[in-house]
Design a protein around this ligand. Sequence first.
Ligand SMILES: *[C@@H]1O[C@H](CO)[C@@H](O)[C@H](O)[C@H]1NC(C)=O
Ligand SMILES: *[C@@H]1O[C@H](CO)[C@@H](O)[C@H](O)[C@H]1NC(C)=O
Ligand SMILES: *[C@@H]1O[C@H](CO)[C@@H](O)[C@H](O)[C@H]1NC(C)=O
Ligand SMILES: *[C@@H]1O[C@H](CO)[C@@H](O)[C@H](O)[C@H]1NC(C)=O
Ligand SMILES: *[C@@H]1O[C@H](CO)[C@@H](O)[C@H](O)[C@H]1NC(C)=O
Ligand SMILES: [Fe+2]
Length: 469
Amino acid sequence: MSNMLGARRRLCLLQVVLLLFAAVLLVADACLTSEYRRKLEATVEMPLDADVFRVPEGYNAPQQVHITLGDQEGTSMIVSWVTANELGSSTVMYSEASPDPEKMELCVEGTHTRYDYFNYTSGFIHHCNLTNLKYSTKYYYAMGFGHTVRSFCFTTPPMPGPDVPFKFGIIGDLGQTFDSNTTLSHYEANGGDAVLYVGDLSYADNHPLHDNTRWDTWARFVERSAAHQPWVWTAGNHELDLAPELGELAPFKPFAHRYPTPRRFAPAATPFWYSVRIASAHVVVLASYSAYGKYTPQWEWLRAELARVDRAATPWLIVLVHSPWYSSNAYHYMEGETMRVQFERWLVAAKADLVVAGHVHAYERSHRVSNVAYDIINGRCTPVRNRDAPVYVTVGDGGNIEGIADNFTQPQPGYSAFREDSFGHATLEIRNRTHAYYAWHRNQDGDNVVADGVWLTNRYWMPTDDDTS
Ligand SMILES: *[C@@H]1O[C@H](CO)[C@@H](O)[C@H](O)[C@H]1NC(C)=O
Ligand SMILES: *[C@@H]1O[C@H](CO)[C@@H](O)[C@H](O)[C@H]1NC(C)=O
Ligand SMILES: *[C@@H]1O[C@H](CO)[C@@H](O)[C@H](O)[C@H]1NC(C)=O
Ligand SMILES: *[C@@H]1O[C@H](CO)[C@@H](O)[C@H](O)[C@H]1NC(C)=O
Ligand SMILES: *[C@@H]1O[C@H](CO)[C@@H](O)[C@H](O)[C@H]1NC(C)=O
Ligand SMILES: [Fe+2]
């Protein structure tokens, strides 16, 4: 009797194992359009008197503080902030030892700029490049000397190397709605060390006259994260602020003045493509709204940059771009196609690991696919599975005022692994040279819930591993 029960139990167990195995096989080749979708309701901007927009107290207090990497190696950090009443000091004091601004022993003098946009005049925008920093080191820093001093801290990224763990946050198209606040709060709770930001920041241009006070409120809103860890910026279409009807003919004027990048400190110079090396990642930032045709500066730069990537030193090759190359959403359909045609073959040849885009206000992840065989007469223009190809994710789902992109094309194309109409953010946790855990978190869940997660294996060290099949 007990033997029979035991046998039956073993049989059950076997069945369960077989079922699980079958399920895994099914899932392995699946295209999933998630049933879960965000309730269709308006995305509402937080009111001007919301807590997140509060101007810090004190005369001429530094506000909108944010940091980004100052060079490719991660030993410089650019600190930016705005003073509203008068110019004030552009000095940053900093220290490894002391959180007390009076006792900070290192000092660097920054520069300042300001700009007019129609009838708006910006505050004084300060930028200061802190150089010769040590790796993996906590620094306290302060500014506003002579008026109101505020202090913050950041930890520099670890020295680049093949097995250096690091956790990135991935956010796009954030805006400044109540949903944006949820996205940022969930990211903070999930605890990354730096943010890969894939473009479209404030959505100021959705307001009459591109109301640039919305650039100010946005920067005050994200200060709680961006003052403490570097955000790596990508330019989106909402950074263009090109408005001939307002006499504004210079593209990217507010963005270029406010958000320096490692390649762009003086507001006069505006290359929006650049790269940084963080831990075991080489991150290439591309500009969807700057020229990328053959022989253009961006095209020349990317070709040379991909040759400079040393995968033995930094195994993870990650590319950021605003307009996605593989998106099956009806919104902004195929807008990224010309750039895909221009650059995809280079990324496949380079065995890039991951391409992250924003722009489309929904979430999507692809299998490893490429579409590079076509040559104008051969008719081979369908994406095919390709283990040399990157995984493409679209995370334009930060929650901005324009709402959700709730119209996926039907049926789901074979290259699309997972797609969902929800707001959220992603994280990429690099463990070592071979493994990284990528996860997407929808806002409806608790911050720590993974709605779509996949272990990525490195294309340089494990080129034949079928990680996303
Ligand atoms: C935004 O989120 C933060 C942190 O969760 C919270 O303290 C704050 O009250 C929120 N503000 C608004 C306007 O929702
Ligand atoms: C700019 O012009 C608009 C429309 O005429 C007006 O409502 C707004 O108050 C002006 N802003 C400033 C800073 O003068
Ligand atoms: C910051 O300083 C470092 C070290 O001098 C330099 O290499 C880098 O180009 C500077 N960054 C900017 C944006 O000026
Ligand atoms: C969804 O997109 C299709 C094109 O793929 C379009 O024909 C249709 O009108 C769109 N539906 C809505 C509700 O926007
Ligand atoms: C890399 O990390 C993965 C996931 O944590 C682990 O399974 C693997 O053994 C690690 N590889 C090495 C060489 O440590
Ligand atoms: Fe966009």
